[in-house]
Design a protein around this ligand. Structure first.
Ligand code: C2E
Ligand code: CA
Ligand code: CA
Length: 650
């Protein structure tokens, strides 16, 4: 039995016991009053009977006196009547009285008998006239009066006693009545209070039951972390909305939202921060939709939004706005976190006719948005094929990492602009797929980045690159190599350990390894990224900011990072001769890098015009097709040998 049930059971049983007790008290009060009243009546009647005896004996005595003065039948009759009344009263005493009364009655009866005899003798003497006057007086004063006085004394005493007894019984009756009245009123009041208590208890219990039912219904249909509806409720509402759209015409849109770097936040900062981030994302998302729309958390960092009566274009507009909202930094306690969200849009009945199909389409569109980094994508039937191939690609990449002959590294040299010497090389992965041929990294790296596979790939590249540095060292060449580090790997707690182990394994000085990270990778979790980069820097590993200009940059963080190289993204360098804005960015980047004490590298240097422009701006290093395309290590060795001597940077 639950505690609340037990309490209710006690309350009801307690109330029943108390009510029974009160009823018993009331009944016994009434019975007591009744018997007291009966006793009072009896005592009063007894007192009255004695009183009648007293009156009768007085009347008898009075008749005797009267008869002696004026004898006559009237007086005799009056005496006889008084005598009869006394007899009747005596019978009443016997009937109503106790054993003592009955004793008294027989004593009075006997005395009265003698008295009557004396009285008869008096009457007879009186009837003799003057002759009997003396005798009459003698009998009267001698026998009759003494008998009368004895009877009168007995009767008077009994009358007083009985009257007092009656008064006492009456007082007792009054007391019992008062007590019974108080008990009844108190019982009524207690009963009323208890009834109220029981009523309050049972109403409370009922309310609790209703609340419990409502809360378990809420729990079954809501996500406990964010308080948002869950998949069950979402499917129910979406089903209704779809039916409505079918009945009345129009469309329903479904948005699938997935956070791009949620796992990193969770893994590196801990679940507390992950949970807080999800709550804030839920709040921002809910604030972005209209009142009739429904935001649900389906699982992990996956949210769905139902827009009843919205076409795909309207939904895409909302998705773009929402994506923008989620781009603003999140403040989680003391840490600022930047994340990106990918949103897929699907509409019914255009893309699907059931809730499950609409969710699947939105999901495919969301993965497309993630892969293409578009942010928002509206479902297209062609994506169905792509989605399938995405999974195939991941499977194939997993096998490629195991096989060891599909993935190789190409190296692209970096040239110092002041003296044209090679300052190092960037390692770039190449995938020779057994059936599909060569797959460019731009196609599989973003896919790998959506899963933990990217970290395995990074370790693979690190191992191959450091192995190559060792080979070059053994051949007498000192070539510093740069490896690209994906955001997810930067937040991998095991990264530093792996780097140390590999440097040790190949016996390569840390200064010959450079790691390239993007600003957005740092901004995903500045605290964690800064800590990792600082550890790497302290090992002696060199660090570069890659693709500078494409992400959001924060001077504040750049200044604090132990980075000694800034790589301006190739898109700006490629168009710097034609586009003023790109040229301004390149110039600004060079100035910023120099101000922060960094070496500035220009990527995507395709022609001599670029070289001249960059030299004029004071750029330090160039990398691009103008000098060399990425190539296998052996080709680079030959190229370096043919071109110019390799020098180790200061
Ligand atoms: P990234 O790090 O910016 O690498 C430079 C990219 O620019 C390379 O493309 C390179 O081939 C290309 N490039 C070099 N010079 C020129 C030029 O003059 N003109 C033009 N148009 N392009 C030039 P790639 O090898 O296709 O790599 C593309 C991206 O894939 C890389 O951009 C990098 O973000 C990623 N990636 C490549 N290899 C790896 C790797 O081993 N690990 C990770 N995490 N990412 C990698
Ligand atoms: Ca790079
Ligand atoms: Ca780059």
């Amino acid at each position: 039995m639950q505690r609340s049930q037990l309490r209710r059971w006690f309350a009801v049983t307690g109330l029943a016991v108390i009510m029974l007790g009160l009823t018993g008290l009331s009944v016994s009060g009434v019975a007591h009053t009744r018997s007291s009243a009966a006793a009072v009546t009896k005592v009063c009647m007894l007192a009255a009977a004695y009183d009648r005896i007293h009156d009768a004996v007085i009347t008898e005595e009075h008749s005797v006196q009267l008869y002696r003065v004026e004898p006559g039948s009237v007086v005799r009759e009056s005496h006889a009547a008084a005598s009869a009344s006394l007899q009747a009263a005596l019978r009443d005493v016997e009937r109503l009285g106790t054993a003592a009364d009955r004793g008294l009655a027989s004593e009075i009866g006997a005395l009265h008998g003698q008295y009557l005899q004396a009285v008869t003798d008096v009457f007879d003497a009186v009837d003799e006239g003057a002759a009997g006057e003396r005798a009459a007086a003698a009998i009267d004063t001698g026998r009759a009066q003494s008998l009368f006085e004895r009877i009168n004394r007995i009767v008077q005493t009994a009358t007083v006693e009985r009257t007092e007894q009656a008064a006492r019984a009456l007082r007792e009756l009054e007391r019992v009545e008062t007590l019974a009245f108080i008990a009844t009123v108190a019982g009524f009041a207690v009963g009323l209070v208890l009834m109220t208590v029981l009523l309050v208890l049972s109403v409370g219990y009922q309310r609790r039951l209703v609340r419990q039912a409502a809360s378990s219904e809420h729990q079954a249909s809501h996500d406990p972390l964010t308080g948002l509806p869950n998949r069950v409720l979402f499917a129910r509402r979406a089903g209704t909305a779809l039916q409505d759209a079918q009945d009345r015409g129009g469309s329903v849109s479904v948005l699938m939202l997935d956070l791009d770097r949620f796992k990193e936040v969770n893994d590196t900062l801990g679940h507390h921060y992950g949970d807080e981030l999800l709550r804030q994302v839920a709040a921002r998302t809910s604030a972005a939709v209209r009142s009739g729309d429904l935001v649900a958390r389906l699982s992990g960092d996956e949210f769905a939004i139902l827009l009843p009566q919205a076409a795909a274009q309207d939904a895409a507009r909302l998705a773009a706005r929402l994506q923008n909202d989620l781009h603003r930094s999140f403040l989680l306690d003391d840490v600022t976190v930047d994340i990106e969200a990918s949103i897929g849009v699907a509409a019914a009945p255009e893309h699907a006719t059931t809730v499950e199909a609409a969710l699947r389409c939105a999901d495919i569109a969301m993965y497309n948005a993630k892969d293409t980094k578009a942010g928002v994508a509206v479902y297209d039937a062609a994506m169905q094929v792509e989605d399938g191939s995405r999974l195939l690609l991941l499977g194939d990449l997993r096998r490629a990492l195991d096989s060891a002959d599909q993935l190789t590294l190409h190296y692209q040299p970096k040239i110092r602009l002041n003296d044209g010497q090679v300052s190092g090389a960037e390692a770039l992965v190449r995938w020779q797929h057994p059936t599909r041929g060569s797959i460019p990294p731009a196609e599989f790296i973003p896919v790998a980045e959506t899963t933990g596979l990217i970290c395995r790939l990074t370790l693979y590249v690190l191992r191959a690159a450091l192995g190559q540095v060792r080979t070059w060292l053994d051949d007498g060449l000192t070539v510093p190599v740069a490896v690209n580090l994906s955001p997810r790997c930067l937040l991998d707690a095991g990264l530093v350990g792996h780097v140390v182990a590999l440097l040790h394994e190949f016996d390569v000085p840390a200064s010959l390894l450079r790691l390239e990270v993007t600003e957005s990778a740092v901004m995903a979790n500045p605290a964690m990224a800064t800590a990792t980069l600082t550890e790497l820097h302290e090992l002696g590993v060199r660090l570069s900011i890659d693709d500078y200009g494409t992400g959001y940059s924060s001077m504040a963080y750049l200044k604090r990072l132990p980075v000694d190289e800034l790589k301006v993204d190739r898109t700006f360098v490629l168009h710097m001769d034609a586009d003023h804005e790109d040229a301004a960015l390149v110039r600004g980047a060079i100035e910023l890098g120099h101000n922060l004490g960094m070496t500035v590298v220009a990527e995507g240097v395709e022609g001599s015009a670029h070289v001249a422009a960059l030299q004029a701006l004071g750029c330090d290093i160039a990398q691009g097709y103008h000098y060399a395309r990425p190539m296998p290590a052996a080709d680079l060795s030959r190229w370096m040998h043919d071109q110019r001597p390799v020098t180790v940077p200061a």
